[in-house]
Design a protein around this ligand. Structure first.
Ligand code: SF4
Ligand code: SF4
Length: 342
């Protein structure tokens, strides 16, 4: 598509016009951290954020989502997608959306997710501040971010806006953009390239090496028990992760015992009951009772099982799990480097 430049003085007016009549979800400050939330004013936008508490997948796959309503034997679906602009998404979170798109599209397409996703316009933005536990510069480098409609890069004196699709091109109408010149595009490329070497953490091995070694370590339960020793089984590493997509489905009945609704809630494979199943007649079986088994499952999924489907690890290097883990044991850099060196 096309490449534009917008000056610093024109940027806020552009955002102001964009949020008039559009629902724009973008990074805003929440105390000392950042979240993706509806922009109420252009001044709230914080493109200098490091990482948000939750990834932007929550806009399409919220923590609690009503799937259908029922009344005796009848039911009706609740898919009601709304158009929105998801603005200012870092490239690693675009990769997270790409993975979630793939996983919700394969086999039985999940329309509760896809209907929301397809209505959205996604605009990426360059990283201006690096999170203290980020390692996106060294994980899954073979996989490029795809699912976005435009990309904003901060350069001297303004922003470059690269449109990728017709939906991205639509936003140009809101701002006083001019065609970008070659020198500005070179500067934008440099900005996005240079930051890749600046993450505070680094995986020392390729995705292929990690995938093979992690799979080979499956039976080394002593290692997994050691890595999971301090785990509280709280599930925070799952619920903050852009590529986790497990959910639990529950029916909520009203007091009339005829009507109600069915909802899905984010679920976490690190919690004790995740792998508990019914055997009927009131009997149950839990096939991952030990912390080490649950911890192993998470890292098998991220580093090996999904790697074989996605063409790269199901980890974007965002570092949210490391920030969220009270015990500070969830960091994939520590875990994978430790396994590789074991
Ligand atoms: S495993 Fe951790 S670092 Fe990797 S994508 Fe999930 S939250 Fe981010
Ligand atoms: S966040 Fe840490 S303590 Fe909580 S389940 Fe994950 S690894 Fe365990």
């Amino acid at each position: 598509m096309a490449n534009y430049f917008i000056s610093d003085s024109e940027f806020i007016p552009f955002v102001r016009r964009m949020i008039e009549g559009n629902e724009v979800i973008a990074p805003v400050a929440k105390k000392s951290k950042f979240v993706f939330a509806k922009l109420e004013s252009a001044e709230e936008l914080r493109l200098d954020y490091d990482v948000t508490i939750l990834p932007p997948k929550k806009e399409f796959f919220p923590p609690c989502q009503k799937l259908l309503e029922f009344d005796c034997g009848k039911f009706s679906g609740c898919i009601d997608p709304q158009e929105k602009i998801l603005f200012g998404v870092h490239f690693y979170d675009i990769k997270g959306l790409d993975m979630t798109d793939f996983l919700f599209e394969e086999r039985n397409a999940d329309m509760n997710y896809l209907a929301n996703r397809n209505k959205a316009t996604v605009i990426g933005s360059s990283i201006q501040t690096i999170s203290e536990r980020a390692f996106w510069g060294s994980v899954g480098k073979e996989v490029k971010a795809k699912g976005h409609d435009g990309f904003i890069t901060k350069i001297g004196g303004g922003h470059i806006y690269e449109t990728r699709t017709a939906k991205g091109e639509q936003l140009v109408q809101f701002g006083n953009f001019e065609k970008a010149i070659d020198a500005q595009m070179s500067e934008a490329d440099r900005v996005n390239q240079d930051i890749m070497d600046k993450c505070p953490e680094k995986l020392n091995y390729s995705s292929k090496e990690i995938s093979e070694k992690v799979r080979a370590s499956f039976s080394n339960i002593g290692l997994w028990e050691e890595l999971a020793h301090d785990c509280f089984s709280c599930g925070s590493c799952n619920t903050t992760c852009p590529t986790c997509y497990c959910f639990d489905v529950q029916d909520d009945w009203n007091v009339d015992q005829k009507t109600g609704d069915r909802k899905r809630y984010w679920d976490s494979c690190l919690t004790t009951d995740f792998a508990k199943i019914s055997l009927g007649a009131g009997n149950t079986e839990n096939f991952r009772t030990e912390r080490g088994e649950r911890f192993r499952h998470r890292f098998m999924r991220k580093g090996t099982y999904l790697n074989e489907k996605l063409g790269g690890p199901a980890c974007t290097g965002c570092g949210r799990c490391s920030l969220a883990c009270t015990a500070d044991i969830a960091d994939p850099v520590h875990v994978y480097n430790r396994i590789m060196e074991a």
